[in-house]
Design a protein around this ligand. Sequence first.
Ligand code: GLP
Length: 250
Amino acid sequence: MKVIITDSVDEMAREAAGRIAAVIKEKPNPVLGLATGSTPIPVYNELIKLHKDEGLDFSTVITFNLDEYVGLAPDDKHSYHYFMKENFFRHININEKNTHVPDGTASDLEAECSRYENMIDDVGGIDMQLLGIGHNGHIGFNEPGSSLASLTRVKNLSEDTIEANKQYFKDLGWMPNKAITMGIGSIMKAEKVLLIAQGKNKADAIASALEGPVLSMVPASVLQQHRFATYVITREAALKLKLSYYDDTE
Ligand code: GLP
């Protein structure tokens, strides 16, 4: 596993965006797995910059987002559909038809989950999956205790996650307590995985994921079994790591 420790959030964003851009340039129809949350925003900004300044071309890029809240329509400002459009898609030359986010309003959620998983398989799988990490070690909305072999499905959000994300729902008056999420098994199918984290409030999750045992109570720890997993994290997020040689790994 590669662990890159950066001195700033800007540097984390540049590192991560550079790796994503390399995949876009090397594949004719690159398939990206994308994430939401506050951490990927600077990475998306950096990719937008590469598009505007250096002509990074998204016209053949296909994207699949990790997750969506159950009960939120795509045009709802609190949905991840909306988040992606606002923070990324509307600023680049991507074909909207090539962007995919699970439908949290589908009448048959189970069918929607298998449709989503099959769509990813049908395009040949994800070339690079971007991931954030929850304070509790979750990836996507795969909460602690998730099966390490799970595929796309509906998950109940943990109290931790509701606590962390309720700030985004203040004006709505309610917050969904379920989400559709790609599973841990779906994430593990990606060719490459790129996990980003910043801030000292992620330090415990990062230490358990990287240096603890692989266990379902820390979903990100499963990446220890992925062949091409890279962590790009700030020095603050790396604060609780015990091994000291990470700086030299790149
Ligand atoms: C959410 C998302 C995750 C994300 C995590 C961390 O719950 N489902 O994909 O990684 O929160 O978010 P942040 O980057 O805002 O800390």
